[in-house]
Design a protein around this ligand. Structure first.
Ligand code: GLA
Length: 359
């Protein structure tokens, strides 16, 4: 938990609402080490939580409304706790209202003050972080202790129904159930997971490319539709059940074949990366990250020239001691680097202001 951020939320709550908060909740962001665009194909992923995230200070209020203030944007919203309607335009209020709409027990009148230190659009799941923090605030007032998997499912529903993004469940699971310093081996088919401690002599860093994702939800949803079309043509429930041989033997449209090849090879890479992680084989892990990036760039076509250059430069710095690749949905966002601690100073010197240390 980021102590400073929760204190900031508490102070801003008092300044904004003129009374003390009753509690503060926190949820982190996440970085995905490998397993990109496979969660909505029932695949395997390997994300981990980052230290930055979202903090929400809360108290119960008078009447029956939820009053919420987004401190970082200096914007407010208010709506009846028992009838959270969908905003006309997708924005931060969509997540607040969406999570309230998913709640099974009645939420009393509340005041919420939200703040965060995850750069939006940087590919570190600021929206999943916000949704899970909101869920924790609603849990705090409704006396629940919602299971992390159920919380993640509510957050995913919020994205689908209130934000119009047909996302998978990796981000929400990593945020709700991830453990700091651990990679989460998550099977997106049955949501079974296992936490694997990152070796002490591996460093995980995230470098923000500065290219923010914008207006690309259509591209994301289109990728998902292409994957589903490929699965249907191959006669499988999802691409998790397909092999490279199936793709080669089928008469898929060229574009769908490329998308499917990424997914099937990426799921195999997650298995290989999990083995390399458990064996502490940094050089093999790095090689898998490099192959993953090439596949996202060339087959799935979700990278960006600025991100590709950043990956190349980071790769140049770390050499065979690890690897770098884009992380998250793509179209900009961040690059993850897994390397040995000896290379951290050089990366810090070059990218200090855009760098986030995960371990
Ligand atoms: C976004 C989505 C996730 C996942 C990744 C790509 O972060 O929210 O569900 O599909 O993109 O791996």
């Amino acid at each position: 938990m980021t102590q400073d951020l929760t204190e900031t939320a508490r102070e801003k709550f008092a300044a904004h609402f003129g009374c003390e908060a009753q509690g503060v909740v926190f949820a982190p962001g996440r970085v995905n080490l490998i397993g990109e665009h496979v969660d909505y194909n029932d695949g395997l992923v390997l994300p981990m939580p980052v230290k930055a995230g979202s903090a929400i200070a809360w108290s119960t209020g008078e009447g029956s409304d939820i009053e919420v203030h987004a401190a970082d944007l200096a914007e407010s919203d208010g709506f009846p706790a028992d009838a959270p309607s969908k905003p006309e335009q997708v924005g931060w209020t969509s997540y607040v209202r969406g999570m309230a709409a998913q709640w099974d027990t009645p939420i009393p009148a509340m005041r919420l003050l939200m703040t965060g230190d995850l750069p939006r659009g940087s590919g570190l799941s600021s929206s999943a972080s916000l949704c899970i923090a909101l869920g924790r605030a609603f849990d705090a007032v409704t006396g629940g202790a919602t299971d992390p998997t159920v919380l993640a499912e509510k957050a995913q529903q919020t994205e689908h129904e209130f934000a119009g993004v047909a996302c998978g469940i990796m981000d929400q699971m990593a945020v709700a159930a991830g453990e700091p310093g651990h990679a989460m081996q998550l099977d997106c088919r049955d949501l079974a997971y296992r936490q694997v401690a990152m070796p002490h002599d591996w460093a995980v860093l995230v470098v923000n490319s500065g290219v923010t994702r914008g207006l690309v939800d259509g591209e994301y949803n289109a990728r998902r539709a292409q994957c589903e079309a490929a699965a249907a043509a191959l006669g499988v429930a999802s691409l998790r059940d397909a092999t490279m041989d199936d793709i080669a033997a089928a008469d898929l449209p060229e574009l769908d074949a490329r998308r499917a090849s990424h997914v099937v090879s990426e799921i195999a890479r997650v298995r290989q990366a999990s083995n390399a992680l458990e064996q502490g084989d940094l050089s093999a892990f790095g090689q898998i990250l490099r192959e993953g990036h090439a596949s996202l760039r060339d087959l799935f076509e979700v990278s960006h020239p600025v991100v590709d250059q950043l990956v190349d430069r980071l790769q140049e710095i770390v050499g065979k001691d690890g690897g770098a690749r884009m992380t998250g949905a793509g179209f900009g966002g961040s690059v993850v680097v897994v390397t040995s601690p000896g290379h951290v100073a050089a990366i810090e010197a070059e990218f200090g202001d855009r760098l986030l240390r995960v371990t």
